[in-house]
Ligand binder design. Sequence first.
Ligand SMILES: [Zn+2]
Length: 272
Amino acid sequence: MKHSESKFASDKLALLRSKYRVQVLPDWGFENPDGSGAWRQGTWSKTELDKLQNATTLLADLMGGARKFTKNLGSVTVKKSEMGTHGGEALIHEISFSSKGSFSAWTVIHEMAHAWDANNDWKCSVALERYTGGYTSKFFSLIRKLFGKSDCGISSDEEKPGRRGRLRGCNAAGYFYGDQPSGSNWNFNRREDFAEAVAMYVGWGTNNELSAWAEARIKRYLLKNGASHKNFGVDNWADYAEYFYPPGGDYTRTKRWKFVNDLIHGKVEVDA
Ligand SMILES: [Zn+2]
């Protein structure tokens, strides 16, 4: 954040805090708390604050307004921090974005969904697992990895097409997803499933910052085996279509879309 943008930034922070109880921890500002010393730009940009606000508004509007949003998520602290290869992380009441690169609107919604789940004792993802007919079993997962048709190794995925652990139970968590998620990999579990399902719901057919990505996530299964996608790389897309490509390519026909829609409209109860 440039010094010239500090007024913009503090107004934005005040709005996010008062309206949505989203508290951004600034990493910019003067060296000393009394306003002396050199200006430190930090890693946040004006564009990122806009992106954060837009995504927050998008989710809050879908939920029925700022009051519903704060009821679902509680207060949330948002910060930048050093992290590995992924772009974001969420705990109860806290979201971190990688200080190395920028983040997308998709990542904001994904992490906010985790914060929502966390604020409800992670029962949103348990409810999604149940609603979609999935279950988690390390035992059955091991059986599948040892004796069944699996697309991963015993203790990890493999960095090649058709071996990234996208089938049911072929992941670290032993997660057997039900119905059709928009994708799966070795790190998939019911919490990641919930976060991705919320992001898909927000983006699907809604013409916003998440929509192109939501559509690309589904359309990749129309590719041939071995085809390369600019964002998703090479995989045996056609083989995976039966697990991830919804009827007629219409994501609203999946149980996940219906679940998030029901949850947002208070038709599924998640007792916290
Ligand atoms: Zn996640």
